[in-house]
Design a protein around this ligand. Structure first.
Ligand code: AMP
Length: 190
């Protein structure tokens, strides 16, 4: 199995790139944000739990998120590998992911990070908000809060994976194709 974490702040282009990479490398794409949005739309118990956190641009608590991720892995037990998009976002989630991978006799091959300037992120997310229908993209204060949460709670994971020699940063500014190529260059060498 090849398991890759696609990392980067909100608006870095993780979802867009994951859609190309999953086809190219025959991987299952798990976006925790997409799973939460699906559950909110369908008014499930999980959706109700996640809703208020997401609306404020805060992280959904670890226990809820880790349980959900574990279920998604179980649903795809025959997978060739996974692209994790939006997970892990805390050290507790990274630890849990390590254990889940151990249980499957596999590991995380790499964290590949899309590096993009904050002001570019805000512009991209405001633009995306015009068509995405996402409430958390519609308001600049919520967008800025999500970026703040990323730096306060999530960015430390760069060090976490650097210590394991698994961190690879990629310039996240350019055309979609250029960026897919930069990411592929890293993945092809794993
Ligand atoms: P995203 O689609 O990755 O931008 O995620 C949208 C929102 O879903 C985030 O702002 C969080 O509220 C929630 N979320 C997604 N993934 C996670 C995660 N791994 N941990 C906690 N909250 C998450």
């Amino acid at each position: 199995m090849t398991n890759i974490i696609l990392f980067g702040p909100p608006g870095a282009g993780k979802g867009t790139q994951a859609n190309f990479l999953k086809e190219k490398y025959n991987l299952v794409h798990i976006s925790t944000g997409d799973v939460f949005r699906y559950n909110i739309k369908n008014e499930t118990q999980l959706g109700n739990l996640a809703k208020s956190f997401m609306a404020k641009g805060k992280l959904v608590p670890d226990e809820i998120t880790i349980d959900m991720l574990s279920n998604e892995l179980d649903k795809n037990s025959g997978a060739n590998g996974f692209i994790f998009d939006g997970f892990p976002r805390t050290e507790a989630q990274a630890e849990a992911l390590g254990h889940l991978m151990d249980d499957k006799d596999t590991n995380i091959a790499a964290m590949v990070a899309l590096e993009v300037d904050d002001e570019v992120l805000v512009k991209r997310l405001l633009e995306r908000g015009k068509t995405s229908g996402r409430a958390d993209d519609a308001e600049e204060s919520i967008i800025r809060n999500r970026i703040k949460v990323y730096y306060n709670e999530t960015a430390i994971l760069k060090k976490y994976y650097q210590k394991q020699n698994k961190y690879h940063g990629v310039d996240g500014v350019g055309s979609i194709e250029e960026i897919t190529e930069r990411l592929s260059d890293v993945i092809d060498k794993l």
